[in-house]
Design a protein around this ligand. Structure first.
Ligand code: ZN
Length: 400
């Protein structure tokens, strides 16, 4: 995220404007009214974020260091969930590297004389790990949850952020006025993740050298405290983004463009929009997945120009095009189409791994991974001067 965008985001790290996010809790709830603990908690959380806001320059330094990591985090800063969790991780865990203590502890010390109760809460908040939780039971205000690696049930209050029972989320549980509140920056895991999460969490515990999240004993100097938040965040990113669209590379490479010929009877603009592509101009669209832009699409009379923003997105983008445009069905007649040399007998391995124009720049192996590619691949194979046995062998190798 660039500096300007950072200014436009909320104090909590959300990409929503302040007025639509934490600004709603700017005023303290009326004394003696029927305000819930949640409203009071959100106001006090607002006060904490206001206190932390001037330390944003530290966050920027952190941000610059992050950009040296392998994953290009800046691509995900438009993801409000990711941005908020990242910001919370920084102030809760990482800032130790950039200042003499966790800023939340500092806030507690600073307000101690004015508001002892709030100072006590802040002190406890600074100890809350960002961890994996399981929702046992929930209504629209309260829930019973447990740490994914513990049997101890906790009753918490929430503001509608929790997933339904049976699902996992990564979050922080903060003590507040003797009860427990869930920090609103939480990351919900997909339903399908439930089967692998307990195992992945064991891996994280092993990496941190702890038995369980309930064994996390924070200390300003302790190394595991600094790393646990980012490990959980990576796990969420991996399951939410990487597993779906691939891992973009950090280094900028030139964009990959392909031209897909138009099948008969198509209305590109309508089909693209119905599929969920975002219009960005006349006949121009962007294909996005959550906060990531994966490809730019430009519709013309002769077909569709596709520009991948990263090579990693190729399978997802081509799946999507196959599913929403059915472009594979309309292949133009052959003749002048054989641009690449046919494979030499016995040399299928190399051929299957070489990019092919008729597969829109994919290799036969890549194309064989998705429906759209397989259809193109079958047309291509029909035209190769192959003996029956060779064709069968090649089809088998490509899983057709
Ligand atoms: Zn906010």
């Amino acid at each position: 995220m660039d500096a300007i965008k950072l200014k436009n985001s909320c104090i909590c790290g959300n990409t929503l404007p302040y007025a639509e996010c934490c600004g709603l809790f700017q005023a303290p709830p009326a004394e003696g009214g029927d305000a819930s603990d949640r409203a009071a908690f959100r106001h006090d959380l607002h006060e904490l974020f206001m206190y932390l806001f001037p330390l944003r320059n530290l966050y920027q330094v952190y941000w610059e260091r992050l950009s040296e990591e392998e994953y290009p985090h800046h691509l995900l800063m438009a993801d409000a969930d990711y941005g908020r969790a990242m910001m919370a991780n920084f102030f809760w865990d990482y800032s130790v590297q950039f200042s003499d203590a966790r800023p939340i502890l500092r806030a507690a010390r600073d307000i101690e004389e004015k508001n002892l109760r709030l100072a006590n809460d802040f002190r406890q908040w600074s100890l809350s790990p960002f961890w994996l939780w399981y929702v046992i039971e929930a209504d629209n205000r309260h829930a019973y949850i447990r740490m994914a690696d513990s049997d101890r049930t906790r009753r918490i209050e929430h503001g509608g952020e929790l997933p339904e029972p049976g699902r996992y989320f990564a979050g922080r549980i903060l003590s507040y006025r003797g009860k427990e509140q869930v920090h609103p920056a939480l990351l919900v895991f997909s339903e399908g993740a439930a089967t692998v999460l307990p195992d992945r969490l064991r891996g994280i515990c092993k990496a941190l050298g702890i038995k369980s999240g309930s064994g996390l004993r924070p200390d300003v100097q302790c190394e595991e405290w600094r790393r646990h938040g980012s490990l959980l965040l990576s796990l969420w990113r991996e399951m939410t983004y990487d597993a779906r669209v691939g891992i973009p590379s950090r280094t900028v490479s030139s964009p990959h463009s392909f031209h897909l010929p138009a099948p008969e009877r198509w209305n590109t603009a309508r089909q693209l929009q119905e599929g969920g592509a975002v219009p960005t101009g006349r006949n121009r669209f962007e294909l996005r997945y959550r906060a990531l832009t994966l490809a730019r699409l430009e519709a013309g009379t002769s077909g569709l120009q596709v520009t991948l923003l990263d090579e990693a997105y190729r399978p997802y983008v081509f799946h999507w095009l196959g599913d929403h445009l059915g472009m594979a069905s309309g292949s133009s007649p052959g003749g002048d189409r054989m641009e690449s040399a046919p494979p030499a007998p016995g040399d299928w391995k190399a051929w299957a791994r070489a990019a092919h124009d008729l597969l829109n720049g994919e290799t036969p192996m890549e194309a064989s991974l998705h429906d759209f590619g397989r259809r193109r691949l079958r047309v291509l194979l029909e035209e190769l001067p192959l003996k029956e046995a060779e064709l069968t062998a090649l089809q088998r190798q490509l899983g057709l």
